[in-house]
Design a protein around this ligand. Structure first.
Ligand code: HEM
Length: 411
């Protein structure tokens, strides 16, 4: 980032899809923190917000809307509502994409499902799933991303949700297809077509499962959502489907990428691994700090609902504004030694799960899964990374790898 003089080169533009940015988003974003903290990118046709305090404001300011999928897809498709009616219809039903006052109502109905009590009760099952997956891949050369990192959240969420085992891979594929289209750094028609078809296919299976739970409720999340729908009409039929979509889509790939990138960082650092075994409180600190440092949730899009001034710029109604969690999480104005992993940081106010009303509903679940898995992996297995290649996924929202060949062997 710094030239021979030690002064950062001015950033001309930001290209979310360029190989350089996918590999190292920090250098240009940190230069922008000094140069122009609310920067207009011609390439992205959007404002890029990079400083901690400003990213915080992006996600808290009610002048910025989270209803972003139709505007985002409109960068490629002239009339999203006409061509992809299901996409447009359900975007307005997902908690992650609605504004107030609808958001508070959905959040109240969904929050209990992810409480600390629920997550604590799931801990032994999650540990057992980690043990099972590692036993299954023991000694073999496998793609870590699919054989391990995707399997763990897929098994935890489908069990929690009440999706039968034979549909697990199918739901994981569907979650991946939707994440790909809604977060693509380089968007294509094929991605949008697949997203639309996925919604149609997923609804068929979900409606069957919903009918079964109505008939005979179980102790699972789906039964809880059905109950919220049926008791006092708190959710509409489509909001019930939307609550299912939102949980499934948000829960699979996020944890998968964090399990991949977290493993790579821990692999390099035996002293950090050792902290995992000093007890749950230390393991939780390691996970929190990895979440901050890695910046898996790279940036989130918002849409301006009105004109306003910001850092000397006029933001116009309809403008795209990207709050970059990843640069906020290493902003030197906020963090001492931002590029070091230090699990003993006081008051780790990382934005890994986003600030504001859309703060991740699954944060306790994700942190529990990560801590249990890493403790089991580095406690009982040796990991050999079999390639130096790092094929970064095509996403402006998340950092992650398409594949990572490894051999995991019992110690
Ligand atoms: C929202 C990150 C895992 C469910 C979010 C947001 C972030 C995030 C940054 C805010 C999005 C925005 O402001 O636009 C992560 C990370 C995860 C993770 C880093 C794993 C390491 C999970 C899991 C679940 C989940 C396991 C559930 C099973 C949700 C939901 C929302 C959300 C439902 C929307 C909340 C709302 O709009 O009120 N997540 N997430 N996430 N996440 Fe997560």
């Amino acid at each position: 980032m710094a030239g021979e003089t030690g002064i950062a080169e001015p950033v001309q533009d930001v290209d979310f899809g360029s190989p350089a940015f996918l590999e190292d988003p920090w250098s240009p974003l940190r230069a922008l923190q000094d140069q122009d903290p609310v920067f207009w990118s011609e390439k992205q046709q959007a404002w890029i917000v990079t400083r901690y305090e400003d990213v915080m404001a992006t996600f808290r300011d009610q002048r910025l809307s989270a209803s972003r999928i139709v505007p985002f897809l409109s960068t490629l498709v002239a009339d999203v509502r006409a061509e992809y009616p299901l996409v447009a219809h359900f975007e307005e039903k997902w908690i992650s994409n609605v504004d107030q006052p609808v958001h508070s109502r959905l959040r109240r109905l969904m929050a209990n499902a992810f409480s600390r009590k629920v997550v604590d009760a799931l801990r032994p099952a999650s540990r057992k799933i980690s043990e099972d997956i590692l036993r299954e891949v023991n000694g073999r050369e496998v793609d870590y991303v699919h054989a391990v990192a995707r399997e763990l959240p897929a098994r935890v969420i489908t069990a929690m949700f009440g999706i039968p085992d034979h549909l697990r891979d199918q739901f994981a594929d569907w979650a991946g297809a939707i994440q790909q289209a809604t977060g693509a750094a380089v968007l294509t028609r094929e991605m949008v077509d697949l997203y639309h078809q996925t919604l149609a296919d997923m609804n068929v299976e979900l409606l069957k499962l919903i009918a079964e739970r109505r008939e005979s409720p179980k102790e699972d999340l789906l039964s809880q959502f059905v109950q919220a729908r049926d008791a006092n009409d708190q959710l509409s039929d489509d909001e019930l489907l939307g609550a299912c979509h939102a949980t499934i889509i948000a829960g699979f790939e996020t944890t998968m990428h964090m399990l991949t990138l977290g493993m790579l960082e821990l692999h390099e650092r035996p002293a950090l691994q050792a902290r995992l075994f000093s007890g749950p409180a230390d393991a939780a600190k390691v996970v929190d700090e990895l979440l901050r440092y890695i910046g898996m949730a790279k940036g989130m899009l918002r849409i301006a609902r009105e004109d306003f001034e910001w850092h000397g710029h006029t933001i116009r109604k309809g403008d795209f504004v990207y709050g970059m969690n990843i640069s906020a999480n290493r902003d030197p104005r906020m963090w001492q030694r931002p590029d070091e992993i230090d699990p003993d940081r006081d008051n780790n106010r990382s934005m890994a799960f986003g600030p504001g009303m859309h703060f991740c509903l699954g944060h306790l679940l994700a942190k529990m899964e990560l801590a249990e898995f890493f403790t089991e992996l580095f406690g009982s297995y040796d990991v050999a990374i079999l390639s130096a290649e790092r094929p970064w996924i095509n996403s402006f929202t998340f950092r992650g790898l398409d594949e990572l060949p490894v051999r995991i062997s019992r110690k």
